[in-house]
Design a protein around this ligand. Structure first.
Ligand code: C5P
Length: 219
């Protein structure tokens, strides 16, 4: 691999997306949010009413899956069979379905090449759950970003526009998602042996990014 790949893994709400975006801007490379791919799978499962717990039906569905990223207004947009679905994949329903369906090894295998192909030609910051452990074990720098559950739930709650939002519900769903993501058999969320841990509970996004830049640019 001649490109420079930086990975950021960690639980939901740790600040991965904002940190990855800022870090990639500072380094002048692309930011790839791999959670969007798992959300794209969940979106299509819902749209096409696939019985994804049935292995034969899931495999048939994955054969025709056509997800990829294109650059739109300097950010990556998620395309599914040529349609931009970026704005439809962040609903609570899709979030929970992405968390369940991502545990299927067939789903993970189907997304592996998409992620590795991007890395062949572009320097990038990849964020997700298994970037440093499974997808890019040879990444130049690996970070594991985490924070206290209360802090993460409060951040997510603040971002939500919904009037009917409920912090306890946000926290419960986050806890459930973390549990599923770290206990699944296939590529669970865990710390890569050579990853650098950063606790963002008491740091601003800028402080996290500065810390990463300090490590990456250390002479
Ligand atoms: O990162 P985000 O919260 O958007 O991811 C949605 C879901 O996709 C996660 O809860 C996780 O189950 C799954 N995911 C994954 N592996 C990744 C990225 C996301 O399993 N590399």
């Amino acid at each position: 691999m001649n490109t420079r790949i930086i990975t950021i893994d960690g639980p939901a709400g740790a600040g991965k997306t904002t940190v990855s975006r800022l870090l990639s801007q500072r380094l002048g490379c692309v930011h790839v949010d791999t959670g969007a791919l798992y959300r794209g799978v969940a979106f299509e499962i819902r749209q096409q009413k696939i019985d994804w717990e049935n292995d034969a039906a899931l495999e048939e569905f994955l054969k025709d899956l056509d997800l990829n990223f294109v650059i739109e207004k300097k950010a990556l947009a998620l395309m599914s069979s040529g349609r931009n679905i970026t704005n439809f994949i962040r609903t609570p329903d899709i979030t929970m379905l992405a968390s369940s369906s991502s545990a299927k090894p067939q789903v993970r295998a189907a997304l592996l090449d998409i992620q590795r192909n991007i890395a062949k030609t572009k320097d990038a910051v990849f964020e997700g759950r298994d970037m440093g452990t499974v997808v890019f074990p040879d990444a130049a720098y690996k970070f594991f970003l985490f924070a206290d559950l209360n802090v993460r739930a409060a951040r997510r709650y603040d971002e939500m526009p919904d009037e009917k939002k409920d912090i306890r519900r946000v926290q419960k769903q986050m806890e459930m998602r973390d549990y599923k993501d770290s206990r699944r058999k296939s590529a669970p969320l865990k710390l890569a042996e050579d990853a650098i841990k950063i606790d963002s509970s008491f740091l601003t996004i800028e402080q996290v990014v500065e810390r990463m830049i300090g490590i990456i640019e250390k002479p």
